[in-house]
Design a protein around this ligand. Structure first.
Ligand code: ADP
Length: 278
């Protein structure tokens, strides 16, 4: 099955601008229990089986899961929620069972389910409710096979945490939730720095600071896109271009529409407070 991708991503923690808290949390929750498995066993500390990364689109959820796998040397099985769905009844469940089987065989490993809301939806109003319930149940059964799942961590990612069936968020399943926020000013600076390495920017430091100030509310992917667009603008102007100038960025900036709205951030805060650990 082509969608059962087993890969070793080459993403390092340093490739991710900012998000220091998220990086630390994941190292502690996922990497430590596996790399220090013996001590965890000896001390009787349980490790989380699964976690949910949630937050606005383009803000490094996928990148983070890849860095985690890459840096800790874990195998990485990635799948997108909507891809699991298949119009033939039974195929989706088979796909899920195969992913978990493969993950157990290649443990220690991470099963990364992007757009997990597509599988684990609690809405029954689109006519596909019956199939999605079966798919969800299959996933819950696989997750509940505790003993067998040793060394397998499930990471789900979503932009829409509220449509996820609460059954999936219960203890022993995706019981740890991590909010991945849009990049703050410092993080944006780092993203710009990484993505303009070969641009020969003049007054680099002050320009990148200015750019970071101008881009409040941008997602990580919008910051990357801005750099790319500025580069393209420079090349359009001069084919044999060696330097990208401020004006190229300003022009690129005009054409970018921010996707993240204050209402969206409010929505994530609501979810966070609903599931806040007492
Ligand atoms: P999500 O899974 O949250 O929708 P991704 O992790 O797929 O977002 O990010 C999309 C792209 O945006 C990445 O491939 C990367 O190029 C860029 N990006 C997002 N956030 C960051 C960040 N903090 N540092 C560096 N690049 C980032």
């Amino acid at each position: 099955m082509k969608e059962l991708v087993l890969e070793v991503p080459k993403v390092s923690w340093d490739d991710i601008g900012g998000q220091e808290d998220v990086k630390e949390q994941l190292k502690e929750m996922v990497e430590l229990p596996i790399t220090a498995a013996e001590s965890f066993r000896r001390l009787g500390i349980s490790a989380p089986k699964g976690l949910l990364l949630y937050g606005p689109p383009g803000c490094s959820k996928t990148l983070t899961a890849k860095a985690l796998a890459s840096e800790s040397g874990l195998n990485f099985l990635a799948i997108k929620g909507p891809e699991i769905f298949n119009k033939y009844v039974g195929e989706s469940e088979k796909t899920i069972r195969e992913i978990f089987h493969k993950a157990r065989m290649s443990a220690p490993s991470i099963i990364f389910i992007d757009e997990i809301d597509a599988i684990a939806t609690n809405r029954d109003d689109d006519g596909s409710g019956h199939v999605s319930k079966q798919v969800l149940n299959t996933m819950l059964n696989e997750m509940d096979g505790v003993e067998e799942l040793k060394g397998v961590v499930i990471i789900g990612a979503t932009n829409r945490p509220d449509v996820i069936d609460p059954a999936l968020l219960r203890p022993g399943r995706l019981d740890t939730r991590v909010y991945v926020s849009p990049p703050d000013k410092e993080a944006r600076y780092q993203i710009f720095e990484k993505n303009t390495k070969n641009y020969n920017l003049q007054n680099k430091e002050s320009f990148l600071t200015k750019l970071s100030d101008m881009t409040d509310g941008f997602s990580g992917s919008e910051c990357v896109f801005l750099c790319r667009k500025a580069g393209v603008n420079a090349v359009k102007e001069e084919r044999d271009c060696k330097i990208v100038k401020e004006e190229h960025f300003l022009e690129a900036f005009k054409g970018i529409q921010k996707n993240i709205t204050p209402e969206m951030l409010e929505y994530y805060r609501d979810f966070e407070s609903k599931y806040a650990v007492a």
